[in-house]
Ligand binder design. Structure first.
Ligand code: F6R
Length: 366
């Protein structure tokens, strides 16, 4: 049942190239320059007339929501707010019938997310669900939606659900961009083509497994770890830290790299591993100077870089090379080595990778 892998988590990490394909199959038509998703087509006017999109979710799904915020605003120029469902539901939020609420949930059963969408519906908002489990409570409670096709996710730590959520949300953003004309034709087509070949790049990124394992052996006894990223990869830093803490019980924090100097930099010494997501696209020069700041305080740098990178390699203690892709789609690739790194560290520490202590796969109580 684990398909020859030691743990469900590893099986699910390796399924990502194929489940991302399953998720875009029949929806992404790169050659025709089309995105077709029934839930969006049927409600296109609502999306186009929306004042803003509110995304509600918890945990890893909330991280996918943050990636979506960057993508929606960049591609479709629609204002987006991302909220923890638990905070949203209890703070008397301002919601109107001009709002679209996107609820993201792998299980479709998360109590806080469910309560958030009920509240949004009471205020007349249109609720769109992005769920993995077909027929789940949140998918039934939503007005419309789009399933991720990740298949059953057994490992408590979410992996393939995250990348397929980003895939669905990216397609929605592209569809809206097409309707609104907010991306030029050539850029729009380039994204469709890039998304189509993403599974191949994810497969290539899985080849970092060996080096992730070697790095894991060096840092398995750390008590803390910092994850830094900027732009589209800031949420990936949060997700990398969550993955490490939940399965290895190492305290980890994700930060936008530029925020480091506003506090976390005080933590840096020779015992602090810092994972920096530093692909060539995006804010490369800024990230390089953040790396220099860590290095001058003797922090141990593990950098995720684009294949062929030389500048970061000179500064970092360890590098993990990933294939090149556009800045906006890079979370689908940069996430992969971070999943692998967490997995190996947890295994080396003798942790129960698939069923971490105190955690449940679906959180049906608040
Ligand atoms: C992290 C993890 C949790 C879930 C969160 C939301 O690996 O699994 O943080 O992401 O409980 O669950 P869903 O997506 O089912 O609503």
């Amino acid at each position: 049942e684990k398909g020859g892998y030691d743990h469900f988590m590893m099986k699910e990490i390796y399924e990502q190239p194929s489940v991302i394909k399953d998720t875009y199959r029949g929806r992404l038509h790169a050659h025709e320059g089309l995105i077709q998703m029934a839930g969006i087509e049927d409600n296109l006017e609502k999306f186009l007339n929306a004042d803003r999109i509110l995304i509600v979710a918890c945990g890893t799904s909330w991280h996918a929501g943050l990636v979506a915020e960057y993508i929606f605003e960049e591609f479709a120029r629609i204002p987006v707010e991302v909220e923890y469902a638990s905070e949203f539901r209890y703070r008397n939020p301002i919601i109107s019938s001009k709002d679209i609420v996107i609820a993201i949930s792998q299980s479709g059963e998360t109590a806080d997310t469910m309560a958030a969408i009920k509240l949004a519906k009471e205020h007349g908002a249109f609720v769109f669900g992005v769920c993995n489990v077909v027929g789940s409570s949140i998918s039934r409670e939503s007005h419309a939606g789009a399933y991720t096709h990740a298949g059953p996710e057994i490992g408590v730590a979410s992996t393939k659900a995250f990348t397929t959520q980003i895939t669905v949300l990216t397609m929605i953003a592209l569809r809206l961009a097409k309707a609104k004309g907010t991306l030029s034709n050539s850029v729009f087509h380039a994204y469709l083509e890039e998304l189509e070949i993403i599974p191949e790049k994810v497969k290539e990124a899985l080849e970092t497994n060996q080096v992730a394992q070697e790095i894991a052996a060096v840092f398995k006894d750390a008590s803390n770890c910092l994850y830094l990223g900027r732009g589209y990869n800031f949420p990936v830093a949060l997700e990398g830290a969550l993955k490490l803490k939940e399965i290895s019980y190492i305290h980890a924090e994700g930060y936008p790299a530029a925020e480091m100097k506003h506090g976390p930099i005080a933590l840096i010494d020779e015992h602090m591993p810092v994972v920096v997501i530093a692909p060539k696209q995006g804010h490369y020069d800024k990230i390089v100077s953040n790396i220099q700041e860590i290095k001058s305080r003797s922090g141990k740098i593990i950098a995720v870089v684009t294949k062929g990178d030389t500048q970061v390699r000179e500064l970092a203690d360890y590098v993990i090379e990933i294939p090149e892709t556009s800045d906006a789609l890079s979370p689908l690739i940069t996430t992969i080595p971070l999943q692998l790194l967490s997995y190996h560290i947890a295994v080396m520490r003798g942790c129960n990778v698939d069923q971490p202590r105190n955690l449940a796969k679906s959180v049906t109580v608040e």
